[in-house]
Design a protein around this ligand. Structure first.
Ligand code: GLN
Length: 485
């Protein structure tokens, strides 16, 4: 089996009996065993569990049962998603040794579809970061070039898919955490509309922004897994009661006549010239496919970084209050209860998590709430209104996913503000709750470049349609890192 066979192809071969799910899983585990020690993309590998799930698929086929759309397909789960009986750490020392007692909604859906869970993917601690360097268990190497960041916070999921561990992975995206690592690792990732996918069983970072999103090596695979995980779930009050369209059917619609909006400012000084040139070429490819290009503006998007880095820490300061050494994970006993809380949280949370909790507590405190938190929420509304106006003129908005290619590990760790600026293009859709996809759109300095497409709420099928048309007309889908040949 080749490392880079797609999920749809694998599922078809398994269904036809050309290969068994157990062989596919063994193969994937073999690649993980070979490359993971140097890449550090997975924090926990569940070989036994994966082989048992694969065997169940093979037995179901032998009995002539109908197979699910991902039957026998290996999937990686970001380590902030609960999988029953499996360690779930959020890459934090504060959850070391904690075993999830239940399945997240997306895990249930994937199980029902026949997917095989290989293991839990490394990430920035509690999904806070843009380079995976905030993991308490060490950074992930970018499979295209070691010494480079895989992006974050879902760096392990992105790197694992790029390196051929599995054709699919799930991550979570609060402000760019599936799209930016997808861009850095040369794979596809979707941040669905807020409410499209249930967050039940996703350990919360910033609940009004968090959304689970898939990684794949091509748009069709991304559409298929999105189909599986989307739809209403009563256990998440923000889960939307809206029908889920047939995403794969939208792929072949073509893009002739579709209006693509470009924010010219996004391609200005803040953007690395290699990224700018790649995106300009991608725009020409889309024009060649029959798209109409229109200039649009998002005047308030320039406030997105400031607004996000108030709203997200505010919500995290509240969500992370539950990690106190009493209910989950290890406890550092000290004097009285308050001292025990203090010691546990001071020693087991990493520096970025503590920075955010302090920032969040500050912006929510009496006297500062109106000046910071309420103001950031207003900026958020204005950004959503900017998009609404832009979508009167265009069907999707196009931008780079990240202003640069994968930066060297260590390049931004000393300056958190510089790290925050890596999210400049991914934050506006997040704050507006909109769906956005990152698709490979270039390759420079031996590293991939991603293009981001954003659509109106619940118009994921339009993103798949445009991304698929572009993918078929461009060479990037056939490029893979050499790490595993
Ligand atoms: N990089 C952003 C942050 O650090 C986004 C993270 C995310 O989407 N989970 O908060």
């Amino acid at each position: 089996m080749e490392a880079f066979t797609s999920a749809t192809e694998l599922a078809a071969r398994i269904a036809r009996g050309e290969v068994t799910a157990v062989d596919v899983t063994r193969d994937a585990l073999h690649r993980v065993a070979r490359a993971n020690p140097s890449m550090n993309a997975l924090l926990h590998v569940d070989a036994e569990g994966a082989l048992a799930q694969a065997a169940a698929v093979d037995h179901a086929r032998a009995r002539g049962e109908a197979l699910g759309p991902l039957a026998g397909v290996p999937v990686l789960l970001k380590d902030n998603l609960c999988q029953r009986g499996t360690p779930t750490t959020c890459a934090s020392k504060i959850l070391e040794g904690w075993i999830a007692p239940y399945d997240a909604h997306v895990v249930e859906r994937l199980r029902a579809a026949g997917a095989v869970f290989l293991g839990k993917a490394n990430m920035d601690e509690f999904a806070m970061g843009s380079s995976n360097e905030n993991s308490a268990y060490g950074p992930v190497q970018n499979p295209w070039q070691s010494g480079r960041a895989p992006g974050g916070s879902s760096g392990g999921s992105a790197a694992g898919v790029a390196a051929g561990f599995a054709p699919l992975a799930l991550g979570s995206d609060t402000g760019g955490s599936v799209r930016q690592p997808a861009s850095f690792c040369g794979v596809v990732a979707l941040k669905p509309t807020y409410g499209r996918v249930s967050r039940y069983g996703l350990i919360a970072f910033a609940s009004s922004l968090d959304q689970i999103g898939p990684f794949a090596r091509n748009v069709r695979d991304c559409a298929r897994i999105t189909q599986v995980i989307s739809g209403l779930d009563g256990r998440d009050a923000t889960s939307a009661d809206l029908p889920v369209p047939d995403y794969e059917a939208s792929l072949e619609k073509g893009v002739a006549g579709l209006r693509v909006g470009v924010v010219r400012d996004d391609l200005g000084e803040g953007c690395d010239p290699d990224v700018r040139n790649a995106i300009l070429k991608a725009i020409e490819t889309l024009r060649g496919l029959g798209c109409t290009l229109v200039d649009v503006t998002l005047p308030t998007a320039r406030h997105a970084v400031s607004a996000y880095y108030i709203v997200a820490p505010a919500e995290c300061s509240s969500n992370l209050a539950r990690f106190d050494g009493m209910r989950f994970g290890p406890r550092l006993e000290k004097g009285d209860l308050t001292q025990t809380y203090g010691a546990t949280r001071a020693q087991l949370f990493g520096p970025e998590v503590k920075r955010r909790i302090m920032l969040g507590t500050y912006v929510l405190s009496a006297g500062y709430y109106d000046a910071y938190y309420a103001k950031a929420q207003k900026a958020r509304t204005l950004i959503a209104q900017d998009y609404a106006r832009a979508f009167e003129q265009c069907d999707v908005v196009l931008s780079p996913t990240s202003p640069s290619v994968a930066f060297p590990l260590g390049a931004k760790t000393k300056n958190p503000l510089e790290m925050y600026l890596a999210d400049i293009f991914t934050l506006p859709p997040s704050l507006a709750g909109l769906p956005a996809i990152s698709v490979p759109a270039g390759h420079e300095q031996g590293l991939p470049i991603g293009m981001q497409l954003t659509a109106p709420a619940f118009c994921e099928e339009r993103l798949f349609q445009v991304a698929h048309a572009y993918e078929q007309a461009s060479p990037w889908k056939d490029m893979h890192p050499e790490v595993l040949g």
